[in-house]
Write a protein that binds this ligand. Sequence first.
Ligand code: ADP
Length: 227
Amino acid sequence: MVQMNDVRMVYGNTEAEALSGVSFTINEGEFVFLVGPSGSGKTTIIKLITGELKPTSGTVHVNGYNLERIRKREIPYLRRTTGVVFQDFRLIPKMSVYDNVAFAMRVIGAKEREIRDRVPYVLELVGLENKAKRLPREMSGGEQQRLAIARALVNNPSTIIADEPTGNLDPARSFEIMSLLQEINNLGTTVLVVTHAKDLVQLFSKRVIVIDDGIIVSDGEGYYDED
Ligand code: ADP
């Protein structure tokens, strides 16, 4: 569960509010789109959820952690509850598909046996089971996106945040990626998708949180109007 209550965010070197009293709750198992123009506060919300930022005021709760009270040494555990799929993928160019995913398990100290069980499972889930030996540069944009999703999922987080997952993809591939995220949601993972892709958002009729200039201007099922 992700819960923000009256969150204000003012970056240290500025006076303007990046977020002005943002409140919402995303319950376990929900699928939510977060949309809004550039500069409206979407990245700030992601960074608050991952504990990269602390709110100037208001409260943020993420998967059992109160981010006001969290200790530095607890932050890695908070981060394990949330898998982030970055806009620029952040794949490791010299590692194979398999090793990119396995690495995410190795850094948290998983046993080799667990890695051997889990990596093929998530690669199959995203449809890359036959590409395990490839390098990222030997794959299409859509495949790289799938790999980024597999890596975000491998440590079994309760929440996945995807930042503009279809930013560089054609409409058919974009639809496939959104469908994959929906499938992952159906398996029980909470999914938050940050996107500009209005057409896709409308196609999927899920809850849509619309933010503009640091304020939530609407929050409801299937609704997204740019004006
Ligand atoms: P979005 O992701 O929707 O494009 P952001 O969350 O990145 O929006 O930005 C929201 C507001 O906060 C913008 O006005 C932006 O200029 C400002 N902002 C973002 N990051 C910083 C920063 N590190 N320092 C100062 N201002 C920032």
